[in-house]
Ligand binder design. Structure first.
Ligand SMILES: Nc1ncnc2c1ncn2[C@@H]1O[C@H](COP(=O)(O)OP(=O)(O)OP(=O)(O)O)[C@@H](O)[C@H]1O
Ligand SMILES: [Mg+2]
Length: 361
């Protein structure tokens, strides 16, 4: 059934709203073949933004989108790039395979059927190739294509690059990124420390991309969009926004439920009820996350959930029966694992529904 409020998949252009300024910023970047790093807290809408940009501009540029969330090796990375390039061609399958065969020196390509979508796509065959050979084929082809068309290469979840240990992938990429013509790189990601560490002073990618932090959607834009489908007041939207702490996904999830339940008279009470429903539905997976922590980390997470800041004081320490140093080191390890994050002097849990669940236990 159609819902105008997608919350668990990338929103297509019919259900996408409130990002005009950001789309303009991207257009400006791409027009001059500059690079950009788009980061934000989790689930603000980075992937949806780039996906809509590509939908809007697939005729103007050759857009290549690759999500490297699952990659576990440098070979995975090279394969993902090749696969994304292979499937970025606008032409039909036969013509695309012909183009790719003339572009690639070593990589072969063949048609395949995607088991989930049952759509045809192109699969690079790389069995005997090394990482370097794959990368060479990828970048040579990219440069060749860039001679006739401007290229946008978007790499989502880019922080994963920092997790590959047998090669310094960022340093390796630097040369290619520096010597580009007619190509814009768009890097996207959420794990802020990992991601920004790749672009910090003296890091190989330093100054190779402008930084852009994607902010929460504006209340006014959410209201303008949702009133088309719901009997909702500005105050309702304000309340939803506050409860979700601006997280796009949770806002959309609440609006989706109001829509499917056809709530006629929206009140703070029924918004609260729906929020409970969302949080309870995630109970099992939150438990698993929580149970993966040691006791002190559990306590630290509860303290962060409840107090957010100013909790290194004797009342809190004795309430939870934990020593200051133990709390500090548990906070540090939660921070390193990105279970918690910090904005100014306030800690928070990047997944808003998990944060709400933690506040309740
Ligand atoms: N501008 C928008 N208009 C409508 N819905 C949106 C918009 N931005 C995001 N959403 C919805 O919010 C949810 C989260 O968005 P998305 O996955 O794009 O965020 P993200 O920042 O890439 O998240 P993650 O940090 O998990 O990678 C999606 O279901 C998406 O449909
Ligand atoms: Mg994303």
């Amino acid at each position: 059934m159609f819902s105008p409020f997608p919350y668990d998949k990338i929103s297509d252009n019919k259900c996408f709203f409130g990002r005009d300024k950001e789309l303009k910023e991207l257009e400006k970047t791409v027009k001059y073949s500059n690079n950009i790093l788009i980061h934000s807290k989790r689930r603000m809408g980075k992937s949806s933004l780039i996906s809509n940009f590509i939908e809007k501009h697939f005729k103007d540029y050759l857009c290549i989108y690759v999500d490297i969330f699952d990659m576990t090796s440098k070979e995975d990375f090279a394969y993902s790039l090749l696969k994304a390039l292979s499937n970025s061609q606008e032409s039909d399958l036969k013509a695309a395979i012909k183009t790719l065969t003339s572009l690639f020196k070593r990589v072969r390509v063949e048609p395949t059927i995607d088991p989930t979508t049952l759509k045809y796509s192109i699969k690079p065959v790389i069995a005997t190739l090394s990482f370097e050979q794959m990368m060479e084929d990828f970048f040579n082809s990219l440069n060749e294509l860039a001679k006739t068309k401007q290229i946008v290469l978007a790499i989502d979840e880019f922080q994963q690059v920092a997790t590959i240990k047998d090669i310094k992938l960022d340093a390796y990429l630097r040369t290619f990124i520096q010597n580009r013509k007619n190509i814009s790189y768009i890097f996207l990601g959420s794990k802020r420390h990992l991601l920004t560490s790749l672009f910090e002073y003296k890091a190989p990618l330093y100054e190779l991309a402008n930084h852009f932090e994607l902010q929460a959607l504006k209340v006014a834009d959410i209201y303008d969009y949702s009133k088309k489908y719901l009997k909702v007041s500005k105050e309702n939207i304000n309340y939803i926004y506050e409860k979700a702490n601006g997280e796009t996904k949770l806002i959309q999830n609440l609006l989706h439920l109001l829509y499917v339940y056809k709530v006629q008279n929206i009140t703070e009470e029924n918004i609260d009820e729906l929020l409970n429903e969302i949080i309870s539905s995630k109970e099992a997976s939150f438990r698993i996350i929580y149970d993966s922590l040691n006791n002190n980390q559990k306590i630290a997470l509860k303290i962060v959930g409840k107090y957010k800041s100013g909790f290194f004081v004797s009342e809190v320490l004795s309430e939870y029966n934990i020593k200051k140093q133990t709390l500090q080191s548990s906070i540090n390890s939660l921070f390193a694992k990105e279970f918690i994050d910090k904005d100014a002097d306030k800690y928070f849990i990047p997944d808003r529904s998990l944060e709400l669940w933690i506040e309740r236990i």
